[in-house]
Structures are given as structure tokens and as C-alpha cells.
Design a protein around this ligand. Structure first.
Ligand code: NAD
Length: 374
């Protein structure tokens, strides 16, 4: 493998997150380049390749893995495919960037970590909130003692629901708003608090708006307790109107900081006619809107992928790993169990043998709530 020049990356998938990965490396091109894309729908992959000037196109990702010069592969495919893809990429001797959530089950996650180790490749876990410039600044201030001992970290990510069918199908997603968006809040607060172990999870959830479309919860509230005494409150929703909303609040004995990724970076704007694009999942650009600028950069994905490329060359140590993804997945399982049982769940938590999807612990639990009728 040519370990000189830019790190050559192959992307699996050609839709939403694949687009963010390719675009991120387009705006931050000095360490890595996308040389191949693999996606089962031929027209889609070819169209994607043309847009980003990607020379090699595959319909079967396993064929892409045979390319000797590709050093790193990013998985931008549905959750249910992450485990098998990770195993195949590791067996091909390439570093892995796995998008969140790590996997459908804890056993899969453990196997992914073991297989990467066995083949001597890195399993890096895509969690861009660890690279989001505004949130990094708050972490930097916290680590410098600006807030004294931090006792509460809040993170919230909400919008009106995902863009693709598979998210709504619990067999392919594993769960709803908590599985999809809660993994950001859990990963972020765990990292923010210095990876203090999570000791308990309490969660409430419901399906308030999208019951006709999915068995999954479209709103979730989650309280985590950490071994260092701090607490996290994580709010997630697929029922929130008005486009993407992502924010954090940090409370310490000696200070506080609020960071809102969207409103805080936006220019409150009024337009009668509308305009091109406001922000992810915004339903309209007419009337009052909050357009973002440098959206990719403000999220941190270009910085994340550049960091991962450098890790592949041994220049940096991964900030977000398969092990982190597994911690998050275990907390997600405890979260669904908590909502299903209507009580706080202490960690470590062992789901019943044979559990294939986190959401089953809620759907089959005594505290499950039927979807709200519209
Ligand atoms: N970090 C983030 O903020 C973020 C945002 C969105 C999605 N994601 C994650 O990224 C992953 C992909 O989500 P998305 O929004 O891009 O979904 P999407 O539906 O937009 O795209 C999924 C892609 O996977 C491809 N695919 C499906 N089956 C495949 C197979 N067998 N082999 C190869 N490719 C296959 C599809 O063709 C499609 O191109 C998910 O795990 C999701 O949770 C992360």
C-alpha cells in the first residue's frame, strides 16, 4: 500500500451521509481524497462519483475492498449493515470509519472491535460532535476550569424526522430518535465528562407524531448518571417542526455555558420569496428562517475525517473509537430498557438473550406507551 501522499478513501453509500463525507473532504482536501464509491444502485453511485470527481465506482462494496491503494473506508450505509461491512473492511486490511450508531447489538459491536484488532486496522467511530468547533470551545473552557466542577451537561438534537425510509423501519435502524440522535448526545456527554463511566440510564419516550409511519419512538428524554457524580440530560426528537436544532448547556459549580449550533450560528432572516437553502431539514425558506453558513465546518465532519485520515497514518490517536461507540450502544440498550420498564436502569445492563434490536426492550416492556393518535 502506498503510504505517501493523501490517504485514499473509499465510501460505502451514495446518499445523505456519503454526501457529507465527500463534501467534507472536498473542502478540507490536504490529507485525504475520495478515490472510490460503492453503492448498490448503479445510477446513484455514478451520479455521486460525477459530482465529486471520484474516479472509481462500484455496485458491490466488496469489489471496492479489493483495490490495493485504498487505505480507509467509510461506512455511510444503514445501521443494520455496519457490522458485516466492518468485518469485510478489516479483513481487507483497511482502516474503518463507521458512522453512528456502531451496530444493532452489543455482540456485533464487540465483534467489530475484535476483528479490527485482529487485522491490525483502526476502527474509528463517526461522532462529529467531538469535532464541532463551537462545542470544542466549550470543552476547552471546561478543561481549563472555567466552570469549576461540571455537574450537568445537556445536549439536544431535534428535527422532524429522517430523510430515508430505512430509518423508520426498526429492523434496519434498531430504534427511533434515541438510536438515531441519542447516540450523539451520549457520545458527546461521555467524552465531555472525560469518559467517566456511565452508571445509570433513565429514559422516557413516545411516538407522538409519526405513529402511522413507524413503530419507533419519535421523541425521547434521557438522563445519564456518571461515576464522577455528574449528570447528563439528553433530548432527542423526530417530531420537532422547523428544521434541525442542536444545542448544549454546561453547568458547573463556578460557571455555565450555552452553545446553540443552529440559532447561534444563524442570521435571522425574513424572505417573502424564499431562497436556496437554510439549514438541514428546514421545511421552507419563506418567512422567518435561520440560514446557517459553513454548515459542514460548523458540524465538524471535515475536521473529523481529516483527523481519522491522520490516525490511519499514525500521526494522531483516534479521538472517537469503536470502544466509544460500544459504550454509547450499551447506554442506548439501557435507555430502551428503562423506557420499557418505567424505571432507572443501572449499568452494566445485560439485555435478555436473543435481543436483536434495542427498541424491542421498549416495545415489549410493561411501560410501553401506544402511539398518540393524531
Ligand atoms: N453523523 C451524522 O450526523 C449522521 C447523519 C446522517 C446519517 N448518519 C449515519 O450514516 C449512515 C447512513 O445514513 P444516510 O443518512 O446516509 O442514509 P441514506 O439512506 O441517505 O443512504 C444510505 C446509503 O447506503 C447505501 N446502501 C444500502 N445498502 C447497501 C449495501 N448493501 N451496500 C452498500 N451500500 C448500501 C444506499 O444505497 C445509500 O446510498 C447511518 O448509519 C446513519 O445513522 C450519520
Amino acid at each position: 500500500m502506498d503510504a505517501k501522499g493523501k490517504v485514499k478513501i473509499g465510501i460505502i453509500g451514495s446518499q445523505f451521509q456519503a454526501d457529507i463525507h465527500a463534501d467534507s473532504l472536498r473542502i478540507m482536501p490536504h490529507e485525504a481524497e475520495v478515490v472510490a464509491v460503492a453503492s448498490p444502485t448503479p445510477g446513484n453511485a455514478a451520479h455521486f462519483a460525477k459530482r465529486y470527481h471520484i474516479p472509481r465506482v462500484f455496485t458491490d462494496y466488496r469489489e471496492m475492498l479489493k483495490e490495493p491503494d485504498i487505505e480507509m473506508v467509510s461506512i455511510c450505509a444503514p445501521n443494520s449493515l455496519h457490522a458485516q461491512m466492518t468485518k469485510d473492511i478489516a479483513a481487507a486490511g483497511k482502516h474503518i470509519v463507521c458512522e453512528k450508531p456502531l451496530a444493532m447489538t452489543v455482540a456485533e459491536g464487540e465483534e467489530m472491535i475484535a476483528v479490527a484488532k485482529q487485522h491490525g486496522v483502526l476502527l474509528m467511530y463517526g461522532e462529529e460532535l467531538l469535532f464541532t468547533p463551537k462545542y470544542l470551545k466549550v470543552k476547552e473552557m471546561a478543561d481549563a476550569g472555567a466552570f469549576g466542577k461540571v455537574y450537568l451537561v445537556k445536549q439536544s438534537e431535534k428535527h422532524f424526522g429522517p430523510h430515508s425510509d430505512w430509518f423508520w423501519d426498526v429492523n434496519r435502524s434498531g430504534g427511533g430518535a434515541l438510536m438515531d440522535l441519542g447516540c450523539h448526545g451520549i457520545a458527546f456527554t461521555y467524552w465531555f465528562l472525560g469518559r467517566s463511566p456511565i452508571t445509570s440510564v433513565y429514559c422516557q419516550m413516545g411516538t407522538y407524531v409519526h405513529g402511522a409511519k413507524t413503530k419507533a419512538e419519535d421523541d425521547a428524554l434521557c438522563i445519564l448518571e456518571f461515576a464522577n457524580g455528574a449528570t447528563a440530560l439528553i433530548e432527542n426528537s423526530w417530531a420537532r417542526r422547523g428544521g434541525m436544532d442542536d444545542k448544549i448547556e454546561v453547568f458547573g459549580e463556578a460557571g455555565v455555558s450555552y452553545a446553540n449550533l443552529h440559532m447561534g450560528n444563524a442570521m435571522p432572516t425574513y424572505s417573502e420569496s424564499g431562497y436556496g437553502y437554510a439549514v438541514e431539514k428546514a421545511p421552507t425558506t419563506k418567512g422567518w428562517t435561520y440560514p446557517v453558513f459553513e454548515e459542514l465546518w460548523n458540524y465538524g465532519t471535515p475536521q473529523e475525517l481529516t483527523h481519522f485520515a491522520r490516525c490511519g497514518r499514525g500521526k494522531e490517536t483516534p479521538r472517537s473509537t469503536g470502544e466509544d461507540g460500544l459504550v454509547v450502544l450499551k447506554a442506548i440498550y439501557a435507555g430502551y430498557a428503562s423506557a420499557g420498564e418505567g424505571r432507572k436502569i443501572a449499568l452494566p445492563y445485560q439485555p435478555p438473550a436473543g435481543t436483536k434490536r434495542p427498541i424491542d426492550l421498549w416495545l415489549n416492556g410493561p411501560a410501553y406507551r401506544q402511539p398518540t393518535k393524531p
